[in-house]
Write a protein that binds this ligand. Sequence first.
Ligand SMILES: NC(=O)c1ccc[n+]([C@@H]2O[C@H](COP(=O)([O-])OP(=O)(O)OC[C@H]3O[C@@H](n4cnc5c(N)ncnc54)[C@H](OP(=O)(O)O)[C@@H]3O)[C@@H](O)[C@H]2O)c1
Length: 802
Amino acid sequence: KLPKDRGVRLLEIGAGTGGTTSFILPHLNPQQTEYVFTDLGSLFTSKAQEKFRDYPFVHYQQLNIEKDPTAQGFESHQYDVIVAANVLHATTSLRQTLENVRQLLAPGGILVLLEVTTRQRWVDLFAGLLEGWWRFEDFDLRPNHPLLESYQWQQLLKESNFPEVVVLPGVEENNQAVFPQSVIIAQASPTPSSLALSKPQGWLIFGDRQGVGENLATQMRTRGEICTLVKPGQEYQQVEPEEFTINPEKPEDFQKLISQVTHSGNLHGVIQCWSLETPKGDFTTEELTSASQIGCGSTLSLVQALVKTELSPSCHLWLITQGAQAVPENNPVVPGVAQSSLWGMGKTIASEHPELKCVRIDLDPQQTAKEQARMLMSEILSESREDEVAFRQENRYVARLVPSRHTQKTIDKPLTVRKDATYLIAGGLGGVGLLVARWLVEKGARHLVLIGRSGVKETTKSQLQELEQAGAQVMVAQADISNLESLTKVWSEIEQNMPPLKGVINSAAVVDDTLIESHNWPRFVKVMAPKVQGSWNLHLLTQNQSLDFFMLFSSMAYLLSTEGAANYAAANAFQHTFAYYRKSLELPAITINWGAILGIGLEPQLKASEKFQNQGRGIEPILPQKAVEALELLLGTNAIGVGVAPINWSQFIEKLPGEVSPPFFDDLIVSQPEKLVKAYQLLEKIKTASTTEKEILLVAHLQSEIAQVLRIKDSQIDIQQPLNTMGVDSLMALELRNRVQSQLEVNIKVSQFIEGVSISELAIKVNEQLRQIDSNQETKLENDGQLLSTDINNSDWIEGEL
Ligand SMILES: NC(=O)c1ccc[n+]([C@@H]2O[C@H](COP(=O)([O-])OP(=O)(O)OC[C@H]3O[C@@H](n4cnc5c(N)ncnc54)[C@H](OP(=O)(O)O)[C@@H]3O)[C@@H](O)[C@H]2O)c1
């Protein structure tokens, strides 16, 4: 029996008509099981959907086990049990097939095979009519017949990294059977196959004072990995052969370090644990400021150094925090809220630099550094597709954007706006601030405090007069909310001159967008101040007051990972998590992540390129009236962190760069294999074309990609015209680079798209890189003695099921 808090994932290969499936499903607990029914073609999977419609925990997906499962939309090492009934023998190479099975199995997972293990002439007679029977080409293993005997299976499985193998029934009993089939049960080794077999990798670990990084280095070294530890210090120094100190505030130290580490060996991954160096629970505004700098500031310098070094292949990046994410179900406490802005920045890193495969991991703050390092190592080595993971006790949680179910019917307690109370809006002289102020007055509010640094502007005077004419007392306070002293003065004024404070809204914001490569820390400080320090100060001054609401305005730019706004995403991520932090203290809190509100505040100032990006991506602006309606509705519910924007999800997902969307959007997507297969077919088509055809295909493909980014027709594009003269700016160049990189698996620098290159020149560059990759692969395959994979179109043969 499974423990209550555990689920189990099963996958069946070549499930065909569901003969085996129908015997397994009734024995599984629907609450704790995920069963993936797979077959080569859609014929069997669609029939099975009908046949097993009473089993909601079954999913259906196409899978060719002869090919890399990750290229077919499957995540590595995610299945606890894999079942294959009379399937595996019908593949070209059993070794390759078992390697692909290992790729799917979780470390320590179990493979259950049903195979005929004794040759019988009468079986050859009918099975020989099936195409799959004759596919075998691993003649060293199977010189003249597709079947293996049970002892051969045992041997092969052990060689293929399944150390534990049991065959049922035993050889003796099976010899006497009429139809000599065996059930073969094999347990995969506890380490993922690729890592168990690969040579030692180089890791750069930014070690924290509590010792998570150091413990991680020790545990990784025990496995034979090569780890270099970096600690914060005054100056750049190599303390030991595998230990450095660098000054976190000097970007040049990061550059020097990366150059030195990559010069002296391979660099597979960088693990940023400096972000753990921050206060937990109660802290001062100053501590929060230094937490942001050590977390986001050092990550900024690190990413810039990695990008500049142009590693090939690129190394991967893990950003580590602890207790910085709300895992609402049973662990709502967020003691590491000060580290949460790094999660927002991480989203932007992931979209601007997909080659770094940036993963954010939130450790359990209750565990010891040694335990945390153990969890971290298993996650890092798991090669999971998940990029936002949190650990609490022994449980692993992943982040998902889920549809909000709030409607008029789900309102717990409708909001009452009181005449005899004061409502404070930080950033209240801005667009959204004034929109909300008008709404509050309409609802009956009579005392408002609006805070801004620069006071009343000519353009806002009339709006303030309107509020006063409607009967409201409006106090305008000129203060910087990121400065506690300045804000405390406002509080004394309220206490002296206004009724008790009952509602607080933080609508203060500053934007200053640019790509990570050209960012600097002062630009982060400016944008984070009103949202990070500002929100914290508002909390410090109100935590002992009885408020009806405490509302923070954040942005969909954070939830949807907009490129070009790492600082804004970091600031908004803090606010998002901060609402959960306050809730854990039983204080009122909600964060609304707005999409662009039409004609209001920041929206008209948004860079043309940003607005342009949203066009055709399925994101529409919100009408101001709708924004206010949503706000009123949400204030009556128990929502904590929500996003509000009209989005056509299928269009949004379709337009995301990369053939597989971030797992964060998985719950909004029905299936994405079509996009994946298209990208795969394109690459195969290009690879197998002649030199001239290749260039024609590449030019046509690039032309269509650029047309999509520019939102014009392919025919409007001159392939000889430099891209920068067509209006391709840096954000578009980034989008293009990421599309081309994910579809064609080549790495072209963003700057090359804007340095006067034309489509035909770009096609030559891409072709050259593809040629280089091909020749590297050929050499590698020759060295490994492996076989080249065949065309995806060959996969439309139908597997025979005995
Ligand atoms: N408008 C939109 O379409 C949209 C979309 C998504 C999210 N949002 C979010 O909605 C909120 C409001 O945006 P908005 O469009 O109203 O922006 P806005 O018109 O620029 O207003 C922001 C206000 O914040 C004030 N402010 C900035 N830093 C401050 C500080 N340190 N202390 C006190 N006041 C400060 C600014 O005034 P001073 O410069 O005079 O201080 C400004 O009036 C923001 O949180 C934003 O992220 C808006």
